[in-house]
Design a protein around this ligand. Structure first.
Ligand code: SAM
Ligand code: DTB
Ligand code: SF4
Length: 326
């Protein structure tokens, strides 16, 4: 399959890809991957929850929503020096991207935002790709973050437009798209993907990929999360998504957004090394490493390093995108 960056995918085309026999799909995706990326290079991103819990939104999957009774303890915004220390440790472990997450519905123009700006400046000075995920954001706020050196902003579409209202009622799909557009206008790279395993159909998964792939510019990174069911959330009793569905989603994302980084995100704890290897063959080229995601566990750092060594993977250096345009 010859890979070109397109923005006019129709549902049937993506469906045809998504429904290919699995091994053929992985081979096709692997070929697209090889045409666009250095195979064997996987970006290590590190996640830090800089402000945890107490969020006013009702995202059904999220342990940080104030209205659900989960084990997450509410914590105020971290101190900048502690954030910098965490970033230093992440860098020492080979991370080239540092992502700071806050359990906010949206960014407000207050002192906490000023402190986040300071954190972005401090970590950017360490020569890492700095990413924030702070909820909805205006163009002006995005510009402030861009001026501070922010490299990427994460804001997931999470699911299809049709399924969205079954998952979140406190905001609209359009709000998500507006934020992505504000991030773009500020010149920050976009990180946007979703979650599978929330009761969505194959059409919903295909629909979400279509929306992402038909944005005026593809997100530079596309996280594919398998739902981590957390007790106390409305989706806490969901069964884990089968591995073969995750790899199918990754491979399809790789083919429709050939130049983007596809991140094998939440849900890795449940995967064997062999299963992760298949995800890398299918085009995944980024992971979150570190013993914790935001509030839920992730594979032990040493185990990941062992996996890198056994599979012959190299951590990707910061700011080294293979293609300029996505
Ligand atoms: N509050 C901000 C927002 O919603 O954009 C930023 C943090 S929020 C926790 C970031 C993303 O984490 C969500 O959009 C969702 O895709 C993902 N996420 C949250 N809980 C999850 C879970 N239990 N399993 C998988 N992904 C999850
Ligand atoms: C993304 O797509 N996944 C990350 C990151 N972006 C912010 C978050 C996963 C969170 C999983 C649940 C938790 O640890 O709280
Ligand atoms: Fe809040 Fe983000 Fe969790 Fe939704 S996903 S409840 S906005 S922290």
């Amino acid at each position: 399959m010859i890979s070109i960056v397109r923005h006019n995918w129709n549902r049937e085309e993506i469906q045809e890809i998504y429904q290919m026999p699995l091994l053929e799909l992985i081979i096709e995706a692997g070929s697209v991957h090889k045409q666009n990326h250095k195979t064997g290079e996987v970006q290590i991103s590190s996640l830090l929850s800089i402000k945890t819990g107490g969020c006013s939104e009702d995202c059904s999957y999220c342990p940080q929503a104030a209205r659900y009774h989960t084990d997450v303890e509410v914590q105020p915004l971290m101190k900048t020096e502690d954030v910098v220390m965490a970033a230093e440790m992440a860098k020492a472990g080979g991370a080239s991207r540092f992502c700071m997450g806050a359990a906010w519905r949206e960014v407000r123009d207050n002192r906490d935002f000023d402190r986040v700006i300071d954190m972005v400046k401090a970590v950017t000075a360490m020569d890492m790709e700095v990413c924030c995920t702070l909820g909805m954001i205006t163009e002006q706020q995005a510009k402030k973050l861009a001026d501070a050196g922010l490299y990427a902003y994460n804001h997931n579409l999470d699911t299809s437009e049709e399924h969205y209202e079954h998952i979140i009622s406190t905001r609209k799909y359009e709000d998500r798209l507006d934020t992505l557009s504000n991030v773009r206008k500020a010149g920050i790279t976009v990180c946007s993907g979703g979650i599978i395993g929330m009761g969505e159909t194959d059409e919903d998964r295909i629909g979400m990929l279509q929306t992402l792939a038909n944005l005026p510019q593809h997100p530079e990174s596309v996280p594919i999360n398998a739902l981590v069911p957390v007790k106390g959330t409305p989706l806490g009793d969901r069964k884990r998504v089968p591995f073969y569905e995750l790899v199918r989603m990754i491979a399809t994302a790789r083919i429709v957004m050939p130049a983007s980084a596809v991140r094998l995100s939440a849900g890795r704890l449940e995967l064997s090394m062999a299963e992760q290897a298949l995800c890398f063959l299918a085009g995944a080229n980024s992971i979150f490493a570190g013993d914790k995601l935001l509030t839920t566990p992730n594979p032990e750092f040493n185990e990941d390093m062992q996996m890198f060594s056994i599979l012959g993977l190299k951590p990707k250096a910061a700011f080294s995108n293979t293609l300029e345009k996505v």
